[in-house]
Design a protein around this ligand. Structure first.
Ligand SMILES: Cc1cc2nc3c(=O)[nH]c(=O)nc-3n(C[C@H](O)[C@H](O)[C@H](O)COP(=O)(O)OP(=O)(O)OC[C@H]3O[C@@H](n4cnc5c(N)ncnc54)[C@H](O)[C@@H]3O)c2cc1C
Ligand code: FES
Ligand code: FES
Length: 493
C-alpha cells in the first residue's frame, strides 16, 4: 500500500499535504503557510528553543508528548503526529495552567523565547505522573534560552504547574485524540513527489531496502538534528529524502540480553536513555547532557553514529564497550566492530544502499571497570571538546585488559592503541606504574586546535580523564572527581 501525501492533526483537524519541498522545515510551514507565527525563529539551528512545538503520537495506545525544535525538523517528519503549538494552549475562556503559572510568576519579559519555553513546560506537564522536581524542570528547560527574565520565575512556574497527571482540556479530549491519531496509522509506504525529487518514508525495512537499492543517492533522514542544519545553515536542498522514522521492529527495538544490549538504530536518544543508563551510570550522565530534551526527542542513536562526527558522544563510549553495528543492504546483513566503521574524517564504511540497523553492546563483565566523561564548555546542550571512555579489566589490583576510546582527539572517534598496550600491568596501588600509559596518549593522538578547544587543552584533558579513571578505580582517597558532588543541595533531590 502506498500513500502520496503526508497527514497529521493540526488545530484539531486532519491535514493532508502532497505538494511540499522534501527539505522544507516544519517551522517554515507553520509560520509561512499556516501563519502560526506564535512559534518563533531564533537561531534556526536547534540551540535556542524559541521554535519549540510539541508533537504527540501514540505509544502503546497512549498519548506521548515530545518537545521538538520546529526549525530543524522537516515537515514530512510530522506524518502521523498531532502538532501542538503555542496557539493551541489557551481556549476561548482561559489560559492553560502552564501559561497561568508563567503569568503569576512573571516568567516572561521580552516574550520572544516565551512560546518555546511554554511549549517545553507543556510537554513536561503532559508527561508528569507526580509533582516534578527542580532538576527535572532544569533538564526540561536546558534547550530553551531566555536572556532577560532569568530562569528562577520560569522554574517556579513549572514547579507550580506540573504537580501530577494533567487535568486539562487536552487530557479531557484524550480519547478523541487517540482515535484521530490511530486513524492516521495506515501502515502505508509514504512517497511524496517524483522519481527525482521526493520525501519518502517506508513503513517496513523490506520497503526501505527496496527503495534505497533503487535510489542509493537518496539522503537517509532519521531525527534531522544534523541534517536540519545542513538545510538551514549550509542552505542545502537535498532532492531525495528517505525518512526512517516510520520503521518499527528491529529498527527501534531494545533487547536486553544477559550478555549484550541491542539497540535499534532508529531509537531516539530519549528512548535510548533508560537502557544505556541501566548499562552504566556514566552513560546516564552523558545522555542527560546530550543536547537538550528537544534534540533527544528527535535525534537517534543511528544518526549519532552514522554521521561519523569525531565529536559525537556515543561513539567513543560504545567503542570502549566493544560494540558492534549491524548494517543492511537489500536483504544482506553485515556486522562489524564500531571502530572499524569510522575510516577517516566523515568517511564511514557504508556501501551504497546500505543503512545502519542495530547496535550490539556487550555488557561489561564483573571484573571490568568502565568510565566515561564528557568535557564541554557548557554543562547542558553543548558538543564535546573531548569525550574519554575507558574499559579496564582487572585481576586483583592489576590491569590485564584495556579498551580506551576518545572523541575530539582525532578526525574520527578512535581507540588509543599505544595507551591500551601500556596500560597492561598497571598496578592500581602504585601510581608510578601509571605514568607510561598516561604518556602514551601523546603518541596516540595529535589533536587539532579549533573553536571548541586548543590542541594543548585537548591533550591535557585526555590525560587527566585517564588519570581520573585510574584514581577512581584504585580507590585512592581524593576529595572530588565528580561534578555531581558539587551540585547545589536542591539539585540532589
Ligand atoms: C542543538 C544541538 C545539540 C546537539 N548536542 C549533541 C551532543 O550533546 N552530543 C552529540 O553527540 N551530538 C549532538 N548533536 C548532534 C546530533 O543531535 C546527533 O548527532 C544526533 O544523534 C543525530 O541523529 P539524527 O537522528 O538527528 O541524525 P540525522 O540528522 O537524521 O542524520 C545524520 C546523518 O546520519 C545519517 N543517518 C541517519 N540515520 C542513519 C541510518 N540508520 N543509517 C545510515 N545513515 C543514517 C544521515 O543520512 C546523516 O548523514 C546536537 C545537535 C544539535 C542541533
Ligand atoms: S530557532 Fe532556535 S532552536 Fe529553533
Ligand atoms: S523573556 Fe526570554 S529572552 Fe526575554
Amino acid at each position: 500500500m502506498k500513500r502520496d501525501h503526508i497527514h497529521f492533526i493540526f488545530r484539531g483537524s486532519r491535514v493532508s499535504l502532497a505538494g511540499f519541498p522534501a527539505h522544507g522545515t516544519l517551522l517554515d510551514w507553520l509560520r509561512l503557510d499556516a501563519r502560526a507565527t506564535g512559534t518563533k525563529e531564533g537561531c534556526a539551528e536547534g540551540d535556542c528553543g524559541a521554535c519549540t512545538v510539541v508533537l504527540s503520537r501514540l505509544r502503546d495506545g497512549r498519548l506521548d508528548h515530545r518537545p521538538v525544535n520546529a526549525c530543524i525538523l522537516l515537515l514530512g517528519q510530522v506524518d502521523g503526529a498531532e502538532i501542538l503549538t503555542i496557539e493551541d494552549l489557551a481556549d476561548e475562556n482561559e489560559q492553560h495552567p502552564v501559561q497561568q503559572a508563567m503569568v503569576r510568576h512573571h516568567g516572561a519579559q521580552c516574550g520572544f523565547c516565551t512560546p518555546g519555553i511554554v511549549m517545553s513546560l507543556f510537554a513536561l506537564h503532559q508527561g508528569a505522573s507526580e509533582a516534578v522536581t527542580r532538576p527535572q524542570v532544569e533538564t526540561a528547560l536546558a534547550g530553551n534560552l531566555c536572556r532577560c527574565t532569568g530562569y528562577r520565575p520560569i522554574v517556579d512556574a513549572a514547579l507550580e504547574a506540573c504537580v501530577g497527571p494533567p487535568q486539562d482540556r487536552f487530557a479531557a479530549k484524550a480519547a478523541a485524540r487517540i482515535n484521530a491519531l490511530a486513524a492516521l496509522d495506515d501502515g502505508a509506504d509514504l512517497f511524496v513527489g517524483t522519481q527525482t525529487h521526493f520525501f519518502a518514508a517506508p513503513a517496513s525495512e523490506d520497503a526501505l531496502a527496496a527503495l534505497y537499492t533503487e535510489h542509493p543517492d537518496a539522503l537517509l533522514l532519521s531525527g534531522a538534528t544534523d541534517i536540519g542544519l545542513w538545510i538551514t545553515k549550509a542552505l542545502q536542498t537535498p532532492p531525495k529524502i528517505i525518512w526512517l522514522g516510520r520503521l518499527r521492529s528491529a529498527f527501534t527495538a531494545i533487547e536486553m540480553g544477559e550478555k549484550t544490549l541491542s539497540l535499534g538504530a532508529g531509537l531516539t536518544l530519549a528512548d535510548a536513555m533508560a537502557p544505556l543508563a541501566e548499562l552504566h551510570p556514566d552513560l546516564k550522565e552523558i545522555m542527560r547532557r546530550f543536547g537538550s530534551a528537544q534534540v533527544r526527542a528527535s535525534g537517534t542513536i543511528g544518526g549519532n553514529l552514522a554521521n561519523g562526527s569525531p565529536i559525537g558522544d556515543l561513539a567513543p563510549c560504545l567503542i570502549a564497550l566493544g560494540a558492534e553495528i549491524e548494517l543492511r543492504r537489500g536483504s544482506e546483513l553485515r556486522r562489524l566492530p564500531l571502530e572499524a566503521f569510522f575510516i577517516a574524517y566523515k568517511k564511514q564504511d557504508r556501501r551504497p544502499g546500505e543503512y545502519l540497523r542495530r547496535i550490539i553492546i556487550p555488557r561489561p563483565a564483573p571484573d571490568r571497570e568502565f568510565r566515561a566523561f564528557k568535557i564541554s564548555k557548557r554543562f547542558d546542550e553543548d558538543i564535546s571538546a573531548v569525550l574519554g571512555a575507558f574499559q579496564l579489566g582487572l585481576v586483583g589490583r592489576h590491569v590485564i585488559f584495556a579498551r580506551i576510546a576518545f572523541g575530539g582527539m582525532a578526525g574520527t572517534p578512535s581507540r588509543a592503541p599505544m595507551t591500551e598496550m601500556a596500560s597492561i600491568g598497571i598496578d592500581l596501588d602504585d601510581p608510578s606504574t601509571w605514568a607510561k600509559a598516561l604518556a602514551e596518549l601523546g603518541n596516540d593522538f595529535s589533536p587539532i586546535d579549533d573553536a571548541r578547544a586548543s590542541a594543548a587543552y585537548r591533550s591535557l584533558i585526555a590525560r587527566n580523564l585517564f588519570l581520573k579513571t585510574l584514581m577512581e578505580i584504585s580507590g585512592i582517597p581524593i576529595d572530588i572527581t565528580r561534578l555531581s558532588s558539587l551540585e547545589a543541595p536542591h539539585a540532589a533531590k
